[in-house]
Design a protein around this ligand. Structure first.
Ligand SMILES: NC(=O)c1ccc[n+]([C@@H]2O[C@H](COP(=O)([O-])OP(=O)(O)OC[C@H]3O[C@@H](n4cnc5c(N)ncnc54)[C@H](O)[C@@H]3O)[C@@H](O)[C@H]2O)c1
Length: 438
């Protein structure tokens, strides 16, 4: 059977005349936009946040690790950002990179995906590929996107093409970039998969086809659940090792010399970011529909979300040994982004530590070279700005807690001048009387 729309679409990706539409210009959408621009495609970026749109059109970046010069280069290549969804009709590919958070009952909130699809839907036309990249539970593409694409009489697999391709970005990791991270793709039909492969092949070195959109959705969840569960395990091991007087980091490093069958994970004050604390519960929710309980996921969630309390408890004990109470203590938290060398604070365990300390009466301050002012967050409120790390300043606190080990911290200065230092990252390996592992 000839597929005229498919043939034409494949050709457009091959000769780079395709216009790429990226919906949701955040941590995922922006690097993807840059990559398509770099390889010579015209990109139209869609968002509902007009401040972001204006900044991007002025050639400015609002994410620390994305250079303004790269945005400016993309603008010269024809990139524009817009809130005008009618321009979807200009695009050959429409890639959705919108948030997929949990609601207050810790259930999937796919309203962003649905709202976006509803806004895109009126402008869909034959020959287009729609790709969902947001992390979500298996079945979302088939259950939510497919019927919406079909509403105007378009035949998916003949007129338009539907794929799911999860994003695997690791912000702040200098070893990988959009091009070099292999991309998994599942199509609703064989023709959809073909269109999806043709869309991503010009931009990504390795594309990995799987048999369905559901398999691609589940692949992303397996990756992040694997991480959440193993971090939970190593956090539990940390607590046991501490009780036994064993340094968990020494143990992990020794175990990591095994050339097969062991993958090192490192403990910390909890898990953060948009992905690891959230994505596993997308599967938990969906598995219930099939009468299955996801016990590993629940247990890892329980262990990981108890870690900020563990850090606070260790801090209280260390202060107590020095005849000090947490109530009224001056405490400096080092690193409030959720992981090192980034400015992203979503779900950051440091913030939970700060909140618990404040609830117990401590006077809390923070220092983070990537977060000059504590941002407005939906659930957390601190009217604070980053403290400079000077010898005098460090020595003025009863306790300093290292929660996120940014490379830009002066670790010698911190160890020399903090009166009491709680190390949640295993940064300080040599035992010292004023350093407590937590
Ligand atoms: N941040 C990461 O490292 C990462 C890595 C892999 C996967 N993911 C997944 O990618 C998805 C996007 O995450 P992110 O970190 O880029 O989120 P983000 O919050 O940084 O960006 C999302 C963007 O979408 C915009 N938006 C919201 N609703 C919209 C709508 N209806 N129409 C158009 N734009 C809309 C927002 O204004 C925002 O600019 C999520 O599903 C996330 O789980 C994120």
């Amino acid at each position: 059977m000839t597929q005229p729309y498919l043939e034409h679409t494949l050709q457009q990706f091959d000769n780079k005349t395709a216009v790429i539409g990226i919906v949701g210009l955040g941590y995922v959408g922006l690097p993807l936009m840059l990559r398509y621009s770099q390889v010579g495609f015209k990109v139209i970026g869609f968002d509902i946040d007009t401040d972001k749109i204006d900044m991007l059109n002025r050639g400015e970046s609002y994410i620390e690790h994305i250079a303004a010069a790269d945005i400016q280069a993309a603008c010269r290549q024809g990139f524009t950002a817009t809130a005008d969804f009618a321009r979807i009709s200009e695009c050959t590919a429409v890639i959705l990179c919108v948030p997929t958070p949990l609601n207050k009952y810790r259930e999937p909130d796919i309203s962003f995906v649905i709202n976006t699809t509803d806004r895109v839907k009126p402008y869909l036309r034959p020959g287009q590929v729609l790709s969902l990249e947001s992390t979500t539970y298996p079945g979302t593409t088939e259950e939510e996107l497919l019927p919406r694409m079909q509403e105007n009489g378009l035949c998916v697999g003949e007129d338009v093409f539907l794929v799911y391709s999860p994003e695997r970005e690791d912000p702040g990791n200098p070893d990988f970039e959009t091009r070099t991270i292999p991309k998994v793709i599942g199509g609703h039909t064989e023709a959809c998969l073909q269109a999806g492969m043709a869309l991503y092949q010009p931009a990504i070195d390795t594309v990995v086809p799987v048999s369905s959109t559901k398999a691609a959705e589940m692949t992303k969840l397996l990756e992040n659940i694997h991480r959440a569960v193993n971090i939970g395990l190593v956090n539990e091991m940390k607590i046991v090792a501490d009780k036994m007087g064993i340094d968990i980091h020494e143990v992990i490093n020794a175990a990591a010399t095994k050339p097969f069958g062991f993958v090192p994970y490192y403990p910390g004050p909890g898990i953060g970011g948009h992905c690891i604390p959230i994505d596993p519960f997308y599967l938990t929710w969906k598995a219930r529909e099939y009468g299955v309980n996801t016990r590993f996921i629940e247990l890892a969630g329980e262990v990981n979300s108890a870690m900020p309390d563990y850090v606070v408890q260790k801090t209280a004990l260390a202060l107590n040994q020095r005849q000090k109470a947490l109530n009224g203590a001056k405490i400096l938290v080092l690193g409030i982004a959720y992981k090192k060398n980034v400015d992203d604070m979503r779900e950051s365990p440091s913030v939970y530590v700060m909140e618990r300390l404040r609830d117990l009466g401590a006077e809390v301050a923070y220092s983070d070279p990537h977060v000059p002012v504590f941002p407005k967050m939906r659930e957390h409120n601190f009217d604070l700005s980053s403290q400079p790390l000077t010898a005098e300043n460090l020595a003025s606190y009863d306790c300093v807690i290292l929660t996120t080990a940014h490379d830009r911290f002066d670790y010698n200065l911190i160890a020399r001048h903090a009166r009491l230092l709680i190390d949640t990252r295993g940064h300080y390996r040599e035992p010292q009387p004023h350093i407590v592992k937590a």
